[in-house]
Design a protein. Structure first.
Length: 404
């Protein structure tokens, strides 16, 4: 489930979680049939229904609220104690059909109690179940029916509980890493701005003060200082523009992470490499591949209605030299031949500018495929007419080309 390890955030998630938990209420068929079919008397039947309702309430409150984490152990211990007491009293009063309640007690122990406590609590619950059951059944029957099941289900639940909590810790760790990365990026930006502008602005301030003092008596020297100020400020502007261009440059590593996030958020299975491949072309070639990946994934999310999207990188040797190939393929609705919209038209121009080729068309089985090949060795930029290269004239899809 998408919300695995998360508390329910809305009604849909609450219903989904209730469905998964409700499946295990199958062991209540024994007590329910006993109350419906057996003749226990009116008072005993009413008390049986009330006791069963109280038992289910205690069980659901434990597994719903405390599987992921426990904030109030006192409530857990009281609820778990009430669960054991109800299971003992009801099973002792109504007979063998009610021994299935101990399965829920074992599940609650495995789902909520710490591992060191669950290790002895589950066998202890099983022993209590056997002791109560011996009043009406033999030991062999109890071991073959509920005892083994109670132990196995209880310890299996400890594994599920550990998986849930590990998943939560992993999500928290990923959030922490993302926050640390953002903090590091802010520090890098602050450090770069200081290195770029600190000296230049200090020099501009010093020369401005010096020009102000020289202006009345030595206008020629003051003019020289003003000229120096202009030169320093121009160089600072060039440095800032170069730095900003570097910040804005797309990288494959960043786009791969963004692609996984976007596809997963859209409910599409993402087969995306964890890292960018080695041997990428220069900065311009990598930026083109990054833009192509972003454009393709954006269109898959918006228009394809796909269930799976595959991103692959390949190094090829062609007659024109080695090339880096990016392919993005989905299993969605595909499309018909259509003119490129703004997104693919702009991407075609970017690819042609670095001497690359772009192909768009149907996938291997169904859906849509976009392929971009960029030379691994720098090439001279092509003229604008190269944007109409045959590689970019494959079959397209109206919906895909319609994105900005």
């Amino acid at each position: 489930m998408d919300g695995f390890g998360h508390p329910a955030q809305d009604r849909r998630q609450m219903l989904t979680k209730a469905l998964w938990i409700g499946i295990w209420l199958v062991f209540l068929t024994g007590p329910v049939q006993d109350l419906v079919a057996a003749d226990h008397g009116t008072a005993a039947t009413v008390l049986g229904w009330l006791g069963l309702a109280a038992f289910v309430t205690c069980y659901l409150s434990l597994v719903f609220r405390y599987t992921s984490r426990v904030l109030d152990w006192r409530k857990v211990h009281l609820t778990f104690g009430a669960l054991i007491a109800l299971a003992v009293v009801l099973s002792f009063a109504f007979g063998t059909a009610w021994l299935g309640l101990f399965v829920y007690v074992s599940v609650s122990a495995g789902a909520v109690l710490p591992m060191r406590h669950a290790m002895w609590a589950i066998p202890a619950v099983t022993a209590v179940m056997i002791a109560v059951g011996l009043r009406t059944d033999g030991l062999g029957d109890l071991l073959g029916s509920f005892a083994i099941l109670t132990v196995l289900v209880g310890f299996a639940m400890t594994g599920v509980r550990q998986l849930v909590r590990t998943t939560i810790q992993l999500r928290q760790a990923r959030a922490t890493v993302a926050q640390l990365a953002a903090n590091e990026e802010r520090l890098r930006l602050a450090r770069d701005l200081h290195d770029l502008l600190g000296h230049s602005l200090s020099l501009i301030t010093l020369k401005s003060e010096l020009a102000g003092r020289m202006l009345p008596a030595h206008p020629d020297k003051a003019a020289q200082q003003v000229a120096d100020i202009e030169q320093v400020s121009r160089q600072a502007l060039v440095d800032v523009r170069a730095a900003v261009s570097g910040y804005r440059r797309r990288t494959l590593a960043g786009e791969l992470a963004g692609a996984r996030t976007a596809l997963t958020a859209a409910g599409i299975e993402a087969d995306v490499p964890l890292e960018a491949p080695e041997g990428l072309p220069g900065d311009e070639g990598e930026a083109v591949l990054a833009w192509a990946l972003r454009e393709a994934v954006t269109n898959v999310v918006r228009h394809s209605a796909a269930r799976r999207c595959t991103v692959a990188f390949t190094s090829r040797h062609t007659l024109d030299g080695p090339v880096a190939e990016l392919s993005v393929e989905d299993d969605g609705v595909g499309g018909s031949v259509a003119a490129h919209g703004n997104g693919l038209t702009g991407l075609t121009e970017r690819v042609a500018a670095v001497g690359g080729v772009m192909d768009v068309g149907p996938g291997a089985r169904r859906g849509f495929r976009l392929t971009v090949r960029v030379p691994q060795e720098p090439q001279e930029p092509l003229d604008k007419g190269a944007g109409d290269s045959p590689g970019a004239s494959g079959a397209g899809r109206t919906a895909l080309g319609s994105s900005a």
